[in-house]
Write a protein that binds this ligand. Structure first.
Ligand code: DGL
Length: 270
């Protein structure tokens, strides 16, 4: 395996960019190839079979880019497809759920943790499963917030409508008095301002992206895969539709000046 090869990262759309941002901070020397499946977003309401098939196609595409590891920057894929697809490829896979659960267990003081995520992630019960294994004393309350994904994709990060939606979704978690809230969908950190405002100061918002980037560092170190070249890393972005819209959005949240984004359909990567 070539340690100067890029890291593959994928999501259903722009959400995974919140993970890319943390990877760029933690591993500034690494090159990244990102795939956002913007033509087929949202994943959150689709079946495990469909999500597994989509993820397999994307992983195959990323392998054509000769990536040395794949970060599944999507909770829904991490919950419903990761265990299956990681067995099919010859590179390490890193998901976002385990790192997020670990951070949540560290963040809570009153042992009441809220999880907000897509329908698929909430129904899988995966956060609760991981949390109960390491911290059986915690109480976990899940809430699916499907409208957050299109709001984030549209760039409505702090609009009134976003705040109203957040108030409605989050009311029951406030009643439960959770003191840590996992942003269990990679799109949600984009709405962090509104979510934080609605939940109030006493609630710690947990973004699994930080811990995922740390986990990636360990995996690369353990596998002797850290990039050694001292030239500038090269980042490439691919989407299944709407490259220009994606480019504008990515440019506004990533610390890079000129992003190149290309449309690539992965349907044929069976
Ligand atoms: N950003 C993804 C996640 O973390 C998927 C959102 C969606 O496509 O519904 O779950």
């Amino acid at each position: 395996m070539n340690n100067n090869a890029p890291i593959g990262v994928f999501d259903s759309g722009v959400g995974g960019l919140t993970v890319v941002k943390e990877i760029m901070k933690a591993l500034p020397n690494e090159s990244i190839v990102y795939y956002g499946d913007t033509a087929r977003v949202p994943y959150g309401s689709k079946s495990a079979e469909t999500i597994t098939a989509y993820s397999r196609q994307i992983a195959k595409f990323l392998m054509t880019q000769e990536v040395k590891a794949i970060v599944v920057a999507c909770n829904t894929v991490s919950a419903l497809a990761l265990e299956t697809i990681k067995e099919e490829f010859d590179v390490p896979f890193i998901g976002v759920v385990k790192p997020g659960a670990k951070m949540a267990a560290q963040a809570t003081k009153n042992k009441k943790i809220g999880i907000i995520a897509t329908e698929g992630t909430i129904q899988s019960g995966i956060y609760e499963k991981f949390l109960k294994t390491t911290s059986p004393e915690v109480e976990v309350f899940g809430k699916a917030c499907p409208l957050f994904v299109p709001l984030a994709e549209e760039g409505w990060l702090s609009d009134d409508v976003t705040k109203q939606v957040a108030q409605r979704y989050l009311a029951e978690l406030k009643e439960r008095k959770v003191d840590a809230l996992v942003l269990g969908c990679t799109h949600y950190p984009l709405l962090r301002g509104v979510i934080g405002e609605v939940m109030g100061d006493g609630v710690t918002l947990v973004n699994p992206a930080y811990e995922t980037a740390k986990e990636l560092c360990y995996v690369l170190e353990d596998n002797h895969l850290l990039r050694e070249a001292n030239t500038q890393p090269v980042h490439k972005f691919y989407v299944s539709d709407g490259a220009e819209k994606f480019r504008r959005f990515a440019n506004s949240i990533l610390p890079c000046d000129h992003l190149e984004v290309e449309d690539v359909a992965v349907k044929s990567f069976e």
